[in-house]
Design a protein around this ligand. Structure first.
Ligand SMILES: [Zn+2]
Length: 176
């Protein structure tokens, strides 16, 4: 059982700034307009605000989708709203494991990765309910894009190298 706690208020302030940078990077990478994330807002939740069926003990975060109607995604992925659930204890425990990790860098890595998933679901027809094989493929693709965006940033190399192709640690893009 993961024993690390929940994010503090100052942790959340750091993650909020990391989210802003992740938004800018994804806008630029995908050639979206400046207000992409204002037009298509997403929600960020932490454990305090979700029910236990959205807890993950081995993933840093998961993407959730809500609204819309069942079976509609093939036709209109824009009909859904998307959100990111940050798994506080898993991220905090990871920071304790290595002095090479800090919350800013981990937060930017995780949020950028999850925003790319949302773009892939919404704009590129990635299947929210893909089978394990296709999900692994999607994870590798998303990680490759994450690497393209974040390579060269301070302290990012050890994180990008450690989690490459390690889909199990970034899995859990599933609804409740
Ligand atoms: Zn992922």
């Amino acid at each position: 059982m993961v024993a690390a706690g929940l994010f503090t208020r100052s942790d959340l302030a750091i993650l909020g700034k990391a989210a802003s940078v992740a938004e800018l990077l994804t806008q630029k990478y995908f050639n979206f307009g400046d207000n992409e994330w204002k037009r298509n807002p997403y929600a960020v939740f932490t454990r305090k605000y979700v029910t236990k069926n959205l807890y993950e003990d081995f993933a840093f975060a998961n993407v959730i989708r809500y609204g819309g109607k069942p079976g509609l995604d093939k036709i209109e992925p824009h009909a859904y709203s998307y959100g990111i659930v940050l798994q506080d204890p898993v991220i905090l425990l990871e920071l304790l494991r290595s002095s090479e990790r800090d919350l800013w860098t981990m937060g930017l890595f995780v949020l950028t990765h999850e925003l790319i998933h949302i773009v892939r679901f919404r704009e590129f027809g990635a299947d929210f309910f893909a089978c394990a094989h296709d999900r692994d493929k999607e994870e590798r693709l998303v990680h490759g894009i994450t690497r393209d965006m974040l390579s060269g940033m301070n302290h990012m190399a050890p994180i990008l190298n450690h989690y490459q192709g390690c889909a199990d640690e970034m899995r859990a893009e599933r609804p409740s």
